[in-house]
Ligand binder design. Structure first.
Ligand code: GTP
Length: 236
């Protein structure tokens, strides 16, 4: 078996990635497939942290009319629903998990405590970080970057619907070119929208590489971690 290149990873799953073809809510066939891929990583001895988005349940500000902070808090609650779905799916496969939430809701999950998260990871438990950063105006990409820095992850795996970063939208431009490698500076200068600029800057400043890849190709997570050329790598 190929040896993984990374010991501790942060997996960022968008909310949409959990809804599959439906485009809304949670498709448990999809969640179970993602879980079985995560299980493979855990079985290889990789320590896995995960941040999930909430866009499959709640997206944005209802046409811009809502108060931004209220809309963002609703999004954070949506990430908790997704985190619990992922936890349930992983545990049904025998993977030990802990959900930690940035907003305290003690009856539902343990609060985010960095040192506890580190301990869980060392013990081989998958730690799912819910409620984003716990603050409005920050995306779940930024939560992934922040938690990755805090838990000293070696890499962020950014699972997307498309298989990497392109110079223009491949759904619109048939000649769009995919990048194999990019620097954070290039992402910021070219405004490539890999992550939002807050998340990108956080990764740049803390020197955490990102691998952007498509989640719907089975086995991609493992391939990316074993150094196969999957998607786009962004680093300093
Ligand atoms: P160790 O310290 O390594 O034994 O970790 P542990 O997570 O097994 O210990 P702990 O006693 O902290 O947790 C036992 C169970 O309770 C785990 O499933 C935790 O996720 C859960 N748990 C811990 N703290 C909280 C909390 O504040 N709220 C909720 N809902 N669950 C919690």
């Amino acid at each position: 078996m190929t040896k993984p290149m990374y010991k501790r990873i942060m997996l960022k799953l968008s909310g949409e990635s959990l809804s599959g073809e439906k485009g809304y809510g949670i498709d448990f066939d999809v969640v179970n497939r993602i879980s079985s891929e995560i299980k493979e990583l855990v079985d290889m001895g990789i320590e896995v942290g995960a941040v999930v988005g909430g866009g499959n349940i709640w997206r944005g500000r209802n046409g811009g009319e809502m108060d931004r902070t209220t809309a963002d808090y609703m999004g954070m609650l949506a990430t908790c629903i997704n985190a619990m779905a992922l936890q349930d799916s992983l545990e049904s496969m025998g993977v030990v998990t802990r959900v930690q939430t940035a907003i305290e809701m003690r009856e539902i999950a343990e609060p985010f405590i960095r040192r506890k998260a580190m301990r869980h990871l060392e013990k081989g438990r998958v730690v799912i970080f819910a409620s984003g950063t716990g603050n409005p105006y920050f995306s779940t990409d930024t939560a992934a970057a922040l938690r990755a820095a805090e838990i000293e992850a070696d890499v962020i795996l950014l699972a997307k619907k498309i298989d990497g970063v392109y110079d223009s939208d491949p759904n619109i431009n048939k000649n769009a070119k995919k990048y194999d490698k990019l620097t954070f500076q290039e992402v910021l200068e070219k405004d490539l929208k890999v992550m939002d600029s807050t998340a990108t800057s956080l990764c740049k400043d803390n020197n955490i590489p990102i691998i952007v890849f498509a989640l719907d190709e089975v086995g991609n997570i493992k391939k990316a971690l074993c150094g196969e050329k999957i998607g786009t790598i962004v680093g300093n």
